[in-house]
Design a protein around this ligand. Structure first.
Ligand SMILES: [Mg+2]
Length: 403
């Protein structure tokens, strides 16, 4: 019987935007460098040398220049194109090892190497260290790796020894690995929850283990069992694949309580559309077709889909269509919705496109520059920094439903 191996790998590039700039301009290596906007801008990425000087992300550029006067500031300009290209190369190197690769953001993703046939931990670790070294050699990017038996633990592991870290959590050691770490390493523990937990004497992951069920339920709401399972290092989610060859991008969200509120469902759908569109931009593609599916409590589905005249990589191009499609899809309006799914398909390369509406091009270019700036900020390790109105409300809906 094959022994169990830590075959789920999380990799996370270190100071990604800065590392790309350094790879393109080696004179920046070893310096206090940050990528960010100069005029009323925000630091999107800082080298470890700059961090040692007190620069962090997101920090207003003015403030960064005050705490670190010799900071070398690189304006990302149209950097998304450069960053996307490095991202593509990085994931292509992963896909040469296993086809099961999930990109979580421009510089972060999971690999499942279960089917690669590694005989033991040593050969698996050797192969992943080899990949880490090749990425640094060929792309000039330092990347931290976490190896574990599941996604949750590997994603926490990769953060432990940055930069150029390599952390292995062996099977059955997940709980012991997590126990001494600060509780905010767990997904779902944000700033607010952290404060609440601290007020209840819970600082480290292990502090959750001694709590009663009712205390945990009071702290985490209906998700408390999942939170406790995570704290113990359990996670059964699979590494999904969304890659260049993929024909579509989709996301779905199940409501914690069946939902009757059209505006609330629309906000969730818009939030998912935004996230999918930022992946479309990372791939350097455009999409033409939007499909919306709703699922009712009895598990019946209704679907509606339609295509734009011209493919786009801007979420705003799809907002009106999204609302119309949700109206169409949710045809049993007296029945609440359990789940909503948004799918983008009909992928095109920008240069394949016929220009049907040239007068719209300038407008789109402006929006694209804005979108690129938003993507750059949202690609931060601690998640989205820039939120549109519906995303803020969506987060609020979620918070309410878990309290
Ligand atoms: Mg990173």
């Amino acid at each position: 019987m094959p022994c169990q191996l830590p075959t789920i790998v999380h990799l996370d590039a270190d100071a990604f935007f800065v590392a790309v700039e350094q790879a393109l301009n080696p004179s920046l290596l070893g310096k206090k460098v940050a990528v960010g906007g100069r005029v009323r801008g925000i630091i999107a990425s800082a080298s470890y040398e700059a961090r040692a000087c007190g620069v962090y992300t997101p920090m207003p550029t003015n403030q960064a220049l005050r705490v670190c006067p010799d900071l070398v500031l690189v304006d990302h300009g149209d950097g998304m194109r450069r960053y996307s290209e490095f991202s593509r190369k990085l994931f292509a190197m992963c896909e040469a090892v296993t086809p099961v690769v999930e990109r979580r953001s421009i510089d972060e993703g999971f690999m499942d190497v279960t089917l690669c046939g590694f005989a033991d931990v040593d050969s698996l670790v050797g192969a992943m260290r080899g990949l880490q070294a090749r990425i640094r050699e060929e792309l000039g990017l330092p990347v931290s790796f976490g190896l574990a038996t599941n996604k949750l633990v590997s994603a926490i592991a990769s953060k432990q020894q940055k930069p150029f870290g390599f952390t292995v959590v062996l099977p059955r050691e997940e709980r012991a690995f997590l126990a001494p770490l600060p509780v905010n390493v767990l997904p779902g523990v944000g700033k607010k929850t952290e404060v609440l937990l601290k007020a209840n004497g819970i600082v480290r992951v292990e502090d959750l283990f001694g709590q009663t069920d009712s205390k945990l339920a009071a702290l985490f709401g209906r998700d408390w069992r999942q939170m406790l399972a995570g704290a113990q290092g359990e996670d059964e989610s699979l590494v999904g694949t969304v890659h260049e060859g993929a024909k579509s991008f989709s996301r779905q969200e199940t409501f914690s309580e069946d939902c009757r509120d059209f505006q609330q469902v629309l906000r969730v759908a818009k939030g998912m559309l935004d996230e999918l569109m930022s992946r479309v931009r990372v791939e350097g593609k455009r999409v033409r077709t939007l499909t919306v599916k709703v699922r009712y409590p009895g598990m019946q589905d209704d679907v509606a889909g339609r295509s734009l005249a011209e493919a786009s990589d801007l979420e705003a191009s799809f907002y009106v269509l999204l609302e119309n499609l949700l109206q169409l899809a949710w045809r049993r309006r007296s029945t609440p919705v359990r789940l909503v799914m948004v799918k983008l398909s009909g992928m095109e390369d920008p240069d394949e496109q016929l220009e049907l509406f040239p007068q719209q091009r300038d407008d789109d270019e402006r929006q694209r520059r804005l979108a690129a700036a938003v993507d750059a900020l949202n690609a931060r390790p601690h998640g989205a920094l820039v939120r549109r109105g519906h995303q803020v409300l969506w987060a609020e809906d979620r918070r309410k439903s878990t309290l």
